[in-house]
Design a binder for this molecule. Structure first.
Ligand SMILES: Cc1cc2nc3c(=O)[nH]c(=O)nc-3n(C[C@H](O)[C@H](O)[C@H](O)COP(=O)(O)OP(=O)(O)OC[C@H]3O[C@@H](n4cnc5c(N)ncnc54)[C@H](O)[C@@H]3O)c2cc1C
Length: 421
């Protein structure tokens, strides 16, 4: 059987795989990516956050992405019962990127993969990892190509960026359930001819459709817009028919979308995804690290996925380089702990979204601009800036603020004036 020798094998050519591969390659190591599918391939996750621009920049991908003319994104708009709460990244508390993109991921991911290939990293498409044997930190990975040919790749280190494929957790029994309840989405891309050009398309819109049910609206520069309903699986039982009939009925039931998307053309039969929240027992082991979705994926509501994928691979790549250069790395302290800081901050916001805490804050009558800017930094993906009280105290700050807003409302209604914020 053919055996190839590399320093670092990267599994998956999504954002986490390509960013990691580029950074390790730049340090002079021999890197190879194996990717199960042919690109471009469809994957969900189209709204990026400004923090991921830092990782794209370090990987050397920014210019190639800029050339694609993707829709620039400057903020996020939340809508509930016709009331609008706008966040603009330019206002954020943390110093950092104030914009990013809304991207059809097939094209975006192909741009990153083509760029990393041009940098000298081979990407073997339609090549699936089927087994890995570790001998200390060295490994031998078995891959099968599209013609069914099996070969082996020896590596000094593996970066697993296989996303929903979750290669190493599945092979080594590291899959763990998430503590978030199961949720489901029904989504498609639409030809959005009635998009308002005054108010859009420069940001994502999140519409509260009903308690615990929300809709994403992500306009692309092509005139296509991504639309998806998200909620508990039971919510979708109230509509029947094909996926298209169900999505049309749901759109028709949402006043904010009804007129704009009446009889809109769907670019593809609406798709369903469910129960995406998952985690792993460890994010690293002897000779490997997990990056991106393979670590932990929470929920789509704050578009954290690609940012966590980018930042984890940026961090992991630098640690892999140091380890291959002979340093001893404390992976728990230098990788898992910082990643969990980011994941746990987003977790508090995801929980706050579904339990109504964030609704109280977003749609309060007199939001405090300073606090709003601190929350804006989280929405921009700057969840590692612990000088921001709404990052540092993420597990308590939102509930305290919502409680004060509730109290202020009650007092004002009873004629006593206080300012909660
Ligand atoms: C409903 C929903 C909406 C979302 N919306 C957003 C959003 O708006 N913004 C956002 O940032 N994130 C969003 N996400 C999350 C986003 O999809 C992921 O976080 C992101 O794609 C992770 O990138 P990645 O590089 O880790 O993995 P991926 O992009 O999934 O790439 C992994 C690659 O590995 C390959 N692979 C898998 N198995 C193997 C194997 N055995 N051998 C070789 N290759 C393999 C796959 O083919 C794939 O190309 C959403 C998720 C869901 C479920």
């Amino acid at each position: 059987m053919k055996t190839e020798q590399v320093d670092v094998l990267v599994i998956g050519a999504g954002p986490s795989g390509t960013i990691a591969a580029s950074i390790v390659n730049k340090a002079g190591f021999k890197v190879k990516i194996v990717e199960k599918q042919q690109f471009p391939r469809f994957v969900i996750g189209e709204s990026l956050l400004p923090r991921c621009m830092e990782a794209l920049e370090e990987a050397g991908f920014l210019d190639a992405v800029k050339e694609r003319g993707f829709q620039e994104k400057f903020g996020a708009k939340f809508v509930r019962d016709g009331k609008v709460c706008d966040y603009f990244f330019a206002d954020q508390f943390t110093k950092g990127w104030t914009w990013t993109w809304q991207v059809p991921r097939g094209e975006f991911d192909k741009t990153l993969a083509d760029t990393v290939e041009k940098m000298g990293v081979p990407v073997n498409y339609e090549t699936t990892v089927t087994g890995i044997k570790f001998n200390g930190t060295d490994s031998v990975t078995t891959v099968v190509d599209k013609d069914g040919n099996t070969s082996e790749i020896s590596a000094r280190f593996i970066i697993d960026g296989s996303g929903y494929g979750r290669v190493i957790p599945r092979l080594f029994d590291m899959e763990r359930p998430s503590h978030l309840p199961p949720r489901k989405t029904l989504f498609t891309h639409v030809v959005d001819t009635k998009r308002s050009m005054d108010d859009e398309p420069n940001r994502i819109t999140i519409i509260v459709h009903a308690e615990g049910i929300w809709i994403w609206v992500i306009p692309f520069s092509s005139g296509i817009t991504s639309v998806g309903f998200v909620g508990v699986p039971e919510f979708f039982n109230k509509v029947s028919g094909t996926n298209e009939q169900q999505l049309r009925a749901l759109i028709d039931s949402e006043p904010y979308l009804r007129e704009r998307m009446k009889d809109v053309e769907f670019a593809f039969e609406p798709r369903i995804l469910e129960s995406w929240s998952v985690t792993s027992s460890s994010f690293y082991g002897d000779g490997f690290v997990l990056t991106g979705n393979v670590t932990e994926f929470l929920d789509p509501v704050f578009s954290s996925g690609v940012t966590l994928a980018s930042v984890s691979s940026q961090l992991a790549a630098k640690l892999v380089i140091r380890q291959l250069n002979g340093e001893t790395i404390d992976w728990q302290k230098e990788y898992t702990e910082p990643m969990m800081q980011g994941v746990n901050t987003f977790r508090s916001y995801v929980n706050g979204w579904y339990d109504g805490t964030l609704g109280t804050i977003f749609f309060s009558d007199n939001p405090n601009p300073e606090i709003k800017n601190m929350i804006c930094s989280v929405l921009a993906g700057y969840v590692w800036d612990t000088t921001n009280p709404y990052v540092r105290d993420h597990d308590t700050a939102l509930t305290k603020l919502a409680r004060l807003i509730g109290l202020e409302k009650k007092m004002n209604e009873s004629g006593v004036t206080i300012n909660a914020n």
